[in-house]
Design a protein around this ligand. Sequence first.
Ligand code: IPM
Ligand code: MG
Length: 403
Amino acid sequence: MEDVVQKAKDHFEGLVKAQLKRIEELKKGADWIDYSKLKPIIIGVAGGDYIGPEITKHAESILKFLLKEEVESGKIQFKDIEGLTIENRAKLMKAIPDDVLIELKKCHVILKGPTHTPSSADLASGKWPNLESANVSMRRELDLFANVRPVKVPELGIDWIFFRENTEGAYVLGSKGISVTEDLAFDFCVHTKQGTDRILRLAFDYAKKTGANRVSLVTKANVVKTTDGMYLNMAKKLAKEEYPEIKFDDWYIDIMAAKLIDPERQKEFRVFVAPNLYGDIITDEAAQIQGSVGTAGSANIGKRYAMFEAIHGTAPRMVETGRTKYADPTSIIKASAMLLNHIGFVGKARKLEMALDICAIYEKKLKVTGRDTGATGEEFGKYIMQTLQDPNLEKKWENYQKK
Ligand code: IPM
Ligand code: MG
């Protein structure tokens, strides 16, 4: 008995010390990188696993098409990132192999296809060993603290943007829980003042800058009192003292999950801010309301690096049943538009968003269904590129808005 308690204490002590050290780093609070001053801006491309390389290829072609002049002038440079594959990660038993991380750190922004995290079925069958998610690891290693996910459904009046904290909460020690005995298991949830402050500010600043003027916080502070309680207290204080012009409200995750599908309430929300796990859950719900998780893009933003990805997984079943080429690239193309916007190509990003709306929502000359009943990802990518070349793109888009 004494033994297991001591082991648990030692384990906890190690975690506390590591987190205190992390806080010291956070306190240094680096400045935001300024892309307008960079030449070249290096865009790393990592295809990921299963359907990942296929859909990423189509998004990359669109980016290269839109950035042709900038590549020629040396303002933009593309860089292939090799080795972020499940085969290589399993071989080296690393969520991100060291040499891959070095390559990633040579980039400024990264376009990443979905990477496979071994499931319990994979472990049981021995197909893949137990590995931490490459996503979670990359978010932590590159300090990508904000996961920004927009969701729009014009016909329902929905125009949402989620600011999900991306490096703390239930995730930061997600693979450092402890089985004290066979009967007793602990996981840890960690929030820091610095980590909470920076995501709250990003959400409030966005609401202020865009005129959205409303921020809704999502926690479960009535039960998870210490860590979520910290969010709630800090958010209330920040709202009152520094953003008095912005309407602030707070919700518990359960009722928020219900209100997101309440036709009366859903149109009232604009900007959401949430700790990691709640943000994970409600952004999938929101993406489903928009159509499916295949339709939403995701930006992982930090002060030095940023990574843009599809919000869905690797769809091994599609590959196993020979449907890879029918995988829908919409999500990662949306992520590419977010990438363009983030590095300052606001006009190009907007054009890509309009082309996506036209191709996927309005005109729909081609439809990707995930099977041979629909278009291939490549055909859809080409459809987007053709639409981008239409001199009347903007007018066309505006006309659809009026209908
Ligand atoms: C997401 C995903 C990841 C997460 C998984 C793959 C670890 O669901 O990006 O939302 O939980 O963050
Ligand atoms: Mg998720």
